[in-house]
Ligand binder design. Structure first.
Ligand SMILES: CC(C)=CCC/C(C)=C/CC/C(C)=C/COP(=O)(O)O
Length: 288
């Protein structure tokens, strides 16, 4: 009797296909990345339209899973041993968790994108959200930093402003690198009508506004804003910048959450690289 494996079609790189017309089960490859355009992977190996539990039972009874079965080797024809198939049948827990998180993220982001256009359910709030967007944009922050540096008449003030500017440039650089590496597209409901963007800003992960809000928020709280009511306002502003990114449909929730985390860490980097007056004098002397 021919081995059931011998009848199975050759796998081209472990293509993720489910129960074919003849009722055979195939499986997800853990070694091949999913195509961006393909639908999310099924969470359980199952025959289409059948109960997942029974499908799993049937699969576990499949001859390709039976160890030590004389009829299921197939190794002579160069096919992988059944043990390897057994490992591939169930997607890893991490993969399942990630695809579930991604699905929740997309669903939540779509639901929260209530100002994505004027016709959206909260379309009338869109101008206010765009104002908040501008408050977290790089240009006003850089221009404001340069202006304060120019106006500052104390060495301490100049030192703080210079370090803020360094942090802002560092933020643009790091966000650009991550965006260009991850290349996650912005949500489909986003209208790309943003003011002054770089080419990497067609990508959404992470949110540059969120990184800036978290980093500048921490910077303001540590060096510039001491009064308690104003400190609350700074926190509120940072939270609103993040929320407005999702409400405008610019970002998914995870872009903003990661952006907040990244901006928080970036502030630690600014503290580590802090330019002291001595360093500045050394730098100025070097370039003069
Ligand atoms: C001097 C200089 C390099 C200024 C560039 C400022 C600039 C164009 C920043 C881009 C800010 C921006 C649109 C970020 C995108 O934010 P997301 O939250 O949409 O990722």
């Amino acid at each position: 009797m021919p081995s059931p494996k011998a009848k199975a079609p050759a796998r081209a790189g472990g293509s993720p296909v489910l129960g074919g017309a003849n009722g055979r089960y195939e499986f997800l490859s853990l070694t091949k990345p999913l195509s961006r355009s393909s639908p999310p992977p099924p969470l359980l190996l199952q025959r289409q339209g059948s109960d997942p539990t029974t499908a799993r039972l049937r699969v576990s009874e499949s001859p390709t899973r039976r160890r030590g079965s004389g009829s299921s080797t197939g190794s002579a024809s160069g096919q992988a041993p059944p043990e390897e198939d057994g490992l591939r049948l169930n997607p890893s827990f991490v993969r399942v968790a990630l695809s579930s998180l991604l699905a929740i993220d997309l669903w939540m982001s779509k639901r929260l994108g209530v100002c994505a256009c004027e016709d959206s359910s909260w379309g009338s709030v869109r101008p206010l959200m765009k104002l908040i967007e501008i408050s977290g944009h790089g240009i006003p922050w850089l221009a404001g930093g340069v202006y304060c540096l120019y106006k500052s008449d104390s060495a301490a003030g100049q030192e703080v402003m210079l370090n803020l500017l360094m942090g802002l440039l560092l933020d643009l650089l790091l966000v650009g690198i991550v965006k260009a590496s991850v290349r996650r597209r912005r949500p489909s409901h986003n209208r790309m009508d943003m003011f002054a963007t770089f080419s990497v800003d067609r990508y959404s992960f992470p949110s540059g506004h969120a990184t800036r809000a978290a980093m500048c928020g921490r910077f303001l709280l540590a060096h510039l804003v001491l009064a308690a009511p104003l400190r609350v306002l700074v926190l509120l502003w940072a939270a609103l910048v993040g929320l407005s990114r999702v409400m405008l449909g610019r970002h998914n929730v995870t872009d903003v959450m990661f952006g907040f985390w990244m901006g928080y860490c970036q502030y630690n980097l600014v503290e580590m690289l802090w330019l002291s007056p001595q360093t500045l004098q050394g730098l100025l002397g070097y370039f003069a």
